[in-house]
Design a protein around this ligand. Structure first.
Ligand code: AMP
Ligand code: TRP
Length: 328
């Protein structure tokens, strides 16, 4: 039986955090045996916000190291850098001409990002979802594992694929989003009403995958909770709910047994338990990351092999799309 194909991407901006891990990367790693996987470091998406060129280059390779340290196995998964395959930008143009201004204008991530950074609202930022759709459609992906925040972009991807297929012939596979039941929206520890993000400023906002055990414990200890002092899964109590969801995802325990575990105990105990499970989860990844720091050649080889494999698939789909649409 043919395996379903998975495609997903992550930007090499900022430092990768627990939200990225629980919402996306953990699921990429866990399902490697089940699917055929293609993972992309989306550096062309990164330049929709201001980047220092040298830093961007370094972060691109650093992210590859982190992903491999997290368990992406190059024998099972193809890992490559987006800008190495010209067809991404080229297909995005074709898709641009098939997406209405109305639909693109509804994208909430553009509104959020432009509000946060009013000094650099560029056309690329507006157009970001078309490039993302191109990423996915080039590889005929069946499934796209992402966090909750990407749901709207996936809808747009499906819509443009369906429209193109209707107007010009069956060219693209229409993909489905794969959003985890828990962990799809990890919130900031300092402000549990906003999602954990790479760009937020607060020192206690995010747990980064390479934080030391001390840093992790300190951040969890300072996490915002409430004054109810009762440990239950209640979405209306955002801070405690966020901590419990992190614990649930990593411990794989049921909600009932977690609530049972904390009966009569305080937030201090909960914070310590969450910090410990996060520290233990990250420890092996951090060790592997340190080892990989001296293996630049190995990382480059993986990315090179990934590029060759990705190129083969991408060129085929792109040429097909060109033919369908009459570009010679
Ligand atoms: P990005 O860092 O924006 O490239 O995101 C990479 C992946 O992480 C995407 O699949 C996002 O949906 C996911 N992600 C980002 N932030 C969070 C969060 N706070 N909670 C869950 N998933 C997230
Ligand atoms: N937009 C995604 C994010 O910010 C990253 C991304 C780009 C992506 N291309 C993709 C995710 C293709 C899945 C598939 O998180």
């Amino acid at each position: 039986m043919l395996m379903k194909r998975v495609f997903s991407g992550i930007q090499p901006t900022g430092k990768i955090h627990l939200g990225n891990y629980l919402g996306a990367v953990k699921n990429w790693v866990d399902s490697q045996g089940e699917f055929e996987n293609i993972f992309c470091i989306v550096n062309s998406h990164a330049i929709t916000t201001t980047q220092n060129p040298q830093e961007l280059r370094e972060k691109t390779y650093e992210l590859a190291r982190v992903l491999i340290a997290c368990g992406i196995d190059p024998k099972k998964s193809c890992l490559f850098i987006q800008s190495e395959i010209d067809e991404h930008a080229a297909l995005a143009w074709i898709l641009d001409c098939n997406i209405s201004m109305g639909e693109m204008s509804r994208m909430t991530q553009f509104k959020d990002k432009s509000q946060k950074n009013p000094k650099n609202i560029n056309v690329g930022l507006f157009n970001y979802p078309a490039l993302m759709a191109a990423d996915i459609l080039l590889y005929n992906a069946d499934l796209v594992p992402v966090g909750e925040d990407q749901k709207q972009h996936l809808e747009l991807t499906r819509n443009v694929a369906q429209k193109f297929n209707r107007d010009f012939g069956e060219c693209f596979k229409v993909p489905e989003a794969l959003i985890p039941k828990v962990g799809a929206r990890v919130m900031g520890l300092d402000d549990p009403t906003s999602k954990m993000s790479k760009s937020a400023n607060g020192a206690n906002h995010a747990i980064f995958l390479m934080d030391t055990p001390d840093e992790i414990l300190k951040k969890f200890k300072k996490a915002t909770t409430d004054s109810e002092a009762c440990i239950r899964f209640d979405e209306n109590r955002a801070g405690v709910y966020n901590l419990l969801c992190i614990y649930e995802t990593l411990s794989k325990k049921t909600r009932e047994s977690i609530e049972g575990e904390f009966v009569g105990r305080g937030y201090g105990d909960l914070k310590k338990a969450v910090a410990e499970i996060v520290i233990e989860t990250l420890r092996p990844m951090q060790e592997k990351y340190q080892l990989l720091k001296n293996e630049q050649g190995y990382i480059e080889k993986i990315l090179e092999e990934g590029r060759e494999r990705a190129r083969e698939i991408a060129q085929k789909t792109y040429n097909q799309a060109k033919t369908f649409i009459g570009l010679v």
